[in-house]
Design a protein around this ligand. Structure first.
Ligand SMILES: Cc1cc2nc3c(=O)[nH]c(=O)nc-3n(C[C@H](O)[C@H](O)[C@H](O)COP(=O)(O)OP(=O)(O)OC[C@H]3O[C@@H](n4cnc5c(N)ncnc54)[C@H](O)[C@@H]3O)c2cc1C
Length: 316
């Protein structure tokens, strides 16, 4: 039996959607157990993890899970018996799993789009080099660690729920030579973080700085607003919205590029999206080379019609 430990991402006590995706992936690899760092989860949160297949919720009460050394030690203690560890791929978890791999000898693949067990070994799937190559990596080590990108697995509840039994794990945390002195959240727009959003509607220089229509379409589709670097450099929208090589890498189910030419630096951060829709006045814009659906026209004409049709269909 393959035991798969899943490091759960939680905010204000609520389980994030990418964690449910990670549990769904874990079920296809073996028997999932959830690892929860911090104060014990609520009964509802534990029940939800059970609903997505977690047989146990192993809780390590780490005072500060933001310190990678503490988090790596805690995750290691809670996943001692696991053959596979799955985390959501973020800057923070990449440091955590690297440290853990050093102490356990595990093989690590991050930014994966999925994983499978083949002949008893874990094989991770990635799209690399600005999503121009698909790579399959086999992990030969006894323990495999996979960092999986959000939106690459459809989160579905398990056919038969796991017990989600809460188990406290105690661990001697290492002396750390760093200490978090203060934490202040950066002002963020409301809604799902860009990297996790299932739908991203992005605007570029073609918006001329007016994000009203792009935001309205994003809201209607339950998505987040993205932007090209030129738009953020112009100061039309904050840098947290930038998609691409220097911005955020996104892999939503639907990516709508409005008034974006599709420069290689932008494509590198969105090319692995599920379905790509491009709206651009220039029929020769490079974005059309990777778009599943393209509309040649001004976004100021096309988006209002799109919004109208979506509302019509929903009202029908
Ligand atoms: C090292 C480096 C890193 C970079 N990293 C990034 C990155 O992370 N992300 C990123 O985005 N860029 C990045 N860039 C910049 C990138 O190369 C492009 O310059 C940028 O993506 C172009 O932005 P854009 O598509 O909005 O603008 P443009 O290339 O100017 O394209 C605007 C498009 O809008 C269309 N348009 C105009 N009016 C309308 C309208 N009314 N309706 C519909 N279409 C219209 C035009 O036909 C055109 O295709 C980077 C560059 C460098 C050198």
């Amino acid at each position: 039996m393959t035991t798969v430990a899943v490091l759960i991402d939680h905010r204000d006590g609520a389980v994030t959607r990418p964690s449910l995706e990670a549990l769904t992936l874990a079920r296809s690899l073996g028997t999932p157990v959830a690892v929860w760092l911090g104060e014990s989860p609520s009964a509802d949160a534990a029940a939800q993890l059970g609903e997505y297949g977690a047989t146990e919720v192993r809780v390590v009460d780490v005072a500060d899970a933001r310190l990678a050394a503490s988090a790596a030690a805690a995750l290691g203690a809670a996943s001692d018996d696991a053959d596979v560890i799955v985390v959501i791929s973020t800057f923070v978890t990449k440091e955590i799993v690297t440290r853990l791999a050093m102490t356990t000898g595990a093989g690590v693949v991050v930014d994966a789009a999925g994983a499978e067990i083949v002949d008893g070994k874990v094989e991770a799937l990635q799209t690399v080099f600005a999503a121009t190559w698909n790579v399959r990596t086999r992990i030969d080590a006894d323990k495999a660690i996979i960092g999986v990108r959000p939106n690459t697995t459809q989160a579905t509840p398990a056919d038969s729920a796991g017990a989600g039994t809460i188990i406290d794990v105690s661990v001697d945390l290492p002396e750390t030579r760093e200490r978090v002195v203060s934490v202040a959240p950066v002002e963020q727009s409301d809604g799902t973080p860009l990297a996790e959003a299932p739908v991203v509607v992005s605007g570029g220089r073609g918006t001329g700085g007016d994000y009203t229509l792009v935001s309205e379409l994003a809201d209607l589709l339950g998505g987040a607003v993205g932007a090209s670097r030129d738009a953020t450099d112009e100061g039309w929208i904050s840098h947290e919205h930038m998609v691409g090589q220097t911005g955020t890498t996104v892999t939503p189910a639907l990516y709508v590029a409005c008034g974006i030419s599709g420069a290689v630096h932008h494509r590198g951060g969105m090319q692995a999206s599920g379905t790509i829709v491009a709206i651009n006045m220039d029929p020769d814009a490079p974005i059309f080379e990777i778009a599943d659906f393209g509309v040649v026209g001004s976004l100021f004409d096309v988006i209002p019609q799109t919004i109208e049709r979506i509302k019509e269909r929903r009202g029908a």
